[in-house]
Ligand binder design. Sequence first.
Ligand SMILES: Nc1nc2c(c(=O)[nH]1)N[C@@H](CN(C=O)c1ccc(C(=O)N[C@@H](CCC(=O)O)C(=O)O)cc1)CN2
Length: 314
Amino acid sequence: MADIIDGRAIARQLDEKTKAEVDALVAAGHPAPGLTVILVGDDGASQVYVRRKIKSCEKVGIRSNEHRLPADTSQEDLLALIDQLNRDPEVHGILCQVPLPDHIDTRLVLRSITPEKDVDGFHPVNVGRLSTGTGGIVPCTPLGVMMLIHSVIPDLTGMDAVVIGKSNIVGKPVANLLLDAEATVTVTHIYTHGLPAICRKADVIVAAAGAPELVKGDWVKEGAVIIDVGITRIMDEETGKERLVGDVAFDECQHAKAITPVPGGVGPMTIACLLANTVQAAKGLMGVNKDVSSDYHDVPSRSMFTGNGNIPNE
Ligand SMILES: Nc1nc2c(c(=O)[nH]1)N[C@@H](CN(C=O)c1ccc(C(=O)N[C@@H](CCC(=O)O)C(=O)O)cc1)CN2
């Protein structure tokens, strides 16, 4: 049986570390870090995620503020709000939940958040820093993916990693982070020829294609580590209830060394990494760190896992 990489437990550990950092900042006379979350429209899943983000902030002592805007909010009004938040010294992190309604140019909006407050790491400046290995705020899900990988493989040097999916939010940044960690990286997608054979050579597979149960058992070599970023809601015909499935046929992959479940794998790490990024952004803006933005190596940190290579105890 493959080991299950428990994203919830690792996220809790990271939250404890984040809380300790917030406490230390406050004890040193600094204000608590402040995060502002913007939600435009009434997408059900986005509402749930935003609520969770706000609640998680409370748990670690981050001040949070929420702007819920109607679905017909104009792009101009949204940009004006972001401009105001960019200038507000009490706001250290700004996050605009995506997807945004169709009439809004998402790229333009994400570009309008000042890079130092861009706790999602979506701004082109942060993307550029990541792809040149020069720091920057690392997007939350990719950062979480790396921490989950490092929980079972502390040193990726020379390992073969295959990323399935080429999105700006997950696939491309994960590929850059794996390269930074000295892995040999193959970036693929659902149209890649011979995908099963490419995956079969991999020591690490990161599946982020948004294609339910794409990765079959015979795509995976014995002892590989599998990180499943996919989350799709499907109707279970047997039970008549909705359930979540990932991009990996989980039951068929028990010959892997370790695998993330869905739910309970990558998802919880996304929010824990957001909190960690907010603290790093706040430290940068307060001048506590010389380097404004965080290098993921010293944020929630790889060193959290480098002792014995096991999943940390709760
Ligand atoms: N501005 C952003 N928008 C979006 C991001 C993001 O990082 N920044 N990511 C996703 C949504 N997301 C956070 O915003 C997110 C998705 C999933 C989870 C999660 O914990 N998933 C659970 C299952 C959830 C369920 O039951 O429905 C899991 O995998 O265990 C957290 C956050 C898109 N938008």
